[in-house]
Design a protein around this ligand. Sequence first.
Ligand SMILES: [Zn+2]
Length: 134
Amino acid sequence: MNLDKKLDVLHSIFTRLKSCDENGFCNCYTCNDNMTYYISENGHFIIRQNTQFRWSDINTKQQCDYCNVDLQGNVVVFEERLKGQYGIDKIDEMKQMSKVSFKMTKWEKEELLKLRRKQCRELLKSKNFKVTIP
Ligand SMILES: [Zn+2]
């Protein structure tokens, strides 16, 4: 598995663990549907192809399969919620920045991978369900 894929896996676990209560339930960020950790997905506001925000805490939220896949991110609602949570300026700035080409270095990715692994282990301590951290 290459570094990008490894980061995808760990970042997805991080996003979903963060949003779940101790029994493994969370609400879809865009439609509020209640779901379990196991069926939740890591949804992106700005598409994954843009690596600048591919593993960003702000840009990625727990979503149900319907919003993430069928509605292709449900981006209109996604944007509304993000602006409500972080402020209009912050999200507009992120959209502007996403138009600029950007590449993370291998070192930066390796550091982020270590950080996400640590964060996942930390989050798991307060949960009553099991998740394997790769
Ligand atoms: Zn949903």
